[in-house]
Design a binder for this molecule. Structure first.
Ligand code: AHG
Ligand code: MN
Ligand code: MN
Length: 359
């Protein structure tokens, strides 16, 4: 008889990895799991009821919000607010951080950053979408949690995960001790451990990038794409190109099969498109925990200074040797981008130093 282990059981079992844990992080993860099941239910029936299409409002980035974006955002905010473990929520769909000050959250220690519905343009066509989340512990010791608590570097994450709403729904998460994946069994309504100790192959043969933007890419990225397309038996090239346009779905496939996902800077998006706090950092944490690599082409994503909630970053992540090759070509052919990144990190360090000086 095969024994099923549910997400809830697994989380409780893993609590012993953290000797001083009081179960708060476990409860937070459980709350996220519950909200994602509700979102999955709505995603599954999106074609049946009138929740497709745009609602006519725009989010903080000027992008039109889909009804399901709004629905998913509400579900996660409500689960995290009622759960009592979260003091700040940062969401792609909200301009400002949400400070939770309810009775149950008085001693809440955790900050959750979330992309409630990733790849939402795919909803209209019944293609995979996802949720991305990132969890930090507050640093301020007492009083109300502050914006600085929400602006921690990716390396300070205590947990991160994603849910892919695909042909099955799957929740994948890490608390810094490897990566585990759970598939939703609709017959019992539970995420069940299906992918224990996930690892990404060191070498992969898939590259995922929006090649329509080729003309706007940095020279280093253009060279890498050409490298992927060259015929070479020894290195199994040409590689396959696969791009869904949902980071969660693209990354999930590459994690299992081996591959690289790139969203570089472009002429029209000089800082990249994807958001550091709730897209790049959580995915980088997961990929590193699975044995892969995640950088902006020059600097490790998890070490990047976080200066604003909706900050953008270029990202190259996936199989280690593929990312290393792409970095090599970036350094050789696009060194000017590396210099800009150096200047940006130096100026954010300066402003940190001046903050310390003002204390
Ligand atoms: P979101 O739906 O949360 O705004 O994210 C969409 C993101 C990401 O999932 C995807 O990789 C990327 O945008 C696709 O962008 P392009 O259409 O520019 O390729
Ligand atoms: Mn997204
Ligand atoms: Mn989104």
């Amino acid at each position: 008889m095969s024994v099923v282990k549910t997400l809830g059981q697994f989380i409780i079992e893993k609590q012993k990895d953290f000797p001083y844990a009081k179960g708060e992080l476990s409860r937070l993860l459980r709350d996220i799991g519950i909200a994602s099941k509700i979102v999955n239910r709505e995603v599954n029936k999106a074609g049946l009821v009138d929740i497709l299409g745009e609602i006519g409002t725009t989010n903080t980035h000027g992008e039109s919000q889909k009804k399901l974006d709004v629905f998913a955002n509400e579900q996660f905010i409500s689960a995290l607010t009622c759960g009592g473990e979260c003091c700040i929520i940062v969401s792609e769909e909200n301009d400002d951080a949400i400070y939770i000050e309810s009775e149950v959250s008085q001693n809440a220690k955790y900050i959750v950053a979330i992309d409630p519905l990733d790849g939402s343009s795919n909803i209209d066509v019944n293609v995979g979408v996802g949720t991305i989340f990132s969890i930090y512990r507050r640093k301020s010791l007492d009083g109300k949690a502050t914006l600085q608590d929400a602006l921690q570097k990716g390396v300070d994450q205590v947990a991160a995960g994603y849910v892919v709403y695909g042909s099955s729904a799957m929740l994948v998460y890490t608390t810094g001790k490897g990566v585990n994946g759970f598939t939703l069994d609709p017959s019992i309504g539970e995420f069940c451990l299906s992918h224990p100790d996930m690892t990404i192959p060191k070498d992969g043969y898939i590259y995922s990038i929006n090649e329509g933007n080729y003309g706007h890419f940095p020279q280093g990225v253009k060279k890498y794409i050409k490298y992927c397309q060259v015929m070479d038996e020894e290195t199994h090239r040409p590689y396959s190109s696969r791009y869904i346009g949902s980071m969660v779905a693209d990354l999930h496939r590459n994690m299992i099969k081996g591959g690289i996902f790139i969203y570089p800077t472009t002429a029209s998006a000089p800082n990249g498109k994807l958001r550091l706090v709730y897209e790049c950092n959580p995915m980088a944490f997961i990929i590193e925990q699975a044995g892969g690599r995640a950088t902006d082409g020059f600097e490790r994503i998890l070490d990047k200074e976080v200066t604003s909630l909706h900050q953008r970053s270029a990202i190259f992540l996936g199989s280690e040797n593929m990312v290393l090759k792409a970095e090599e070509l970036m350094k050789e052919h696009s060194p000017e981008i590396g210099r800009v990144i150096d200047i940006q990190s130096a100026s954010s360090l300066d402003s940190d130093a001046s903050k310390v000086g003002n204390l």
